[in-house]
Design a protein around this ligand. Sequence first.
Ligand code: BG6
Length: 480
Amino acid sequence: MQNNRLIITLFGASGDLAQRKLYPALYQLYRKKIISNHFAVIGTARREWTNDHYRQIVIANIINHCKDKKEAMMFASHFYYQPHDVHDTDQYKNLQQLAEQLDQTYQTEGNRIFYISLSPQLFPIITKHLKTQGLITNTGYNRLIIEKPFGYSEESADLLQKQLEESFEENQIYRIDHYLGKSLVNQILPIRFNNHIMKSIWTGETIDHIQITLNESIGVEDRGSYYETSGVSRDMIQNHALQLLALVTMLEPTAFNASEIRDEKIKILKNLTLFDGWDQAELNIVRGQYGPSLDGQHPGYREEKNINEQSLVETFIALKLKIDYGGWQHTPIYIRSGKHMSTKQTDIKIVFKQIKKDIPANYLQFELAPNPGIRLYLSQSDSTHQEEIMPLNLFYTVPPEICSELPKDYEKLILDCIEGNLNNFTHYLEAKYAWRLIDRIQHYWAQEDTVCFPNYPAQSDGPKAGQEIILRDQKNWINK
Ligand code: BG6
């Protein structure tokens, strides 16, 4: 069986994600000949589009990436549109017939990827129909890709999993966290475990603390309704931040396959807690919400579209965590993430213990944005005045020509799914334990008497308490 012979059925074909990310990603795979003649995409949504109209949409979304209009048209000819109401059982028959027909045309050997890019409430409705209406084939592979969020809490994630498992086994479910498709994120494990230097110093004994920053300069934009149900804790921490945390702290797996890697990550997430325990939550959890920017150019969160005027949803969070496992019990992990911060900064810093009090701590930085690169900050002596300590900064910045050819997150993740590689997709138990932490935080917030929001202006460095969470330990957020 060849993996790259396949039919992708896409639920949510008219949506923003499909247009901005998925069509360009599939086009890159086509351009690189990873998928070529033997694939078809069935796009579904409620609108009454024709195949022609759909193909025009696909072309419009890839045209900037391609040199040759003819190639774009060839690519788009693999796309078929089927209007579809996911609640209507009868309509699944149309999808099944179309898929069988395209199986013949493109000789796709019954291989299927079902990609659901719709609201999570619809996941179980669709997967149930895929099974009962016979869209899951017996001849090829059947894989399900779903977007976040996987549930809303531990309980809802458990329920969702139970529902999905009625149609798909765990190893057929590809839960997307687009951070796991970022090429620098994919370098974390090789750098940690393939280099003796890194491997030997990467322990709770030598690492003083870890900083993870996921700051964005944009606000909630037009996603107000979604954000009101999520806040930054569910939008960025439960998935992206905790995934990064798991990658930098997991113990070495016995083999580098999905099952072993994910097992190690699960152990980390299961043992994640607040640094000083939950009775010290006040010191270790900070939340914030942005108000109008000081220059009056940006509205506050409560003034944005589709936001409750008295919303208590958090747009900023800072946490001090620890892991009761793997030798990390005494290593604080500081995480912060906010919308409408002064700059976009997405990075991880592994800060090593100081050799001497007056020599600055060394640290290793994985910068995902804005300037992707890996940087090691060491200390040296000034060559003339030996007693003076100078910084020695070793930078690896991804060269622009490589950067442009590296697969973008969605391209990488779709390719992994085609190849049946689950390494970069979260296991259900990872999602479950990450929710457990978020649930505890939400529970703590629900009991707080007063919340003074907004508590930071848009385009700033967040609430003061977000600084204090680390200053209190005589450390600083490193903003480089
Ligand atoms: C998404 C969140 O998962 O990640 C968004 O829903 C956020 O709110 C985005 O803006 C950030 O992704 P990146 O890749 O730009 O850091």
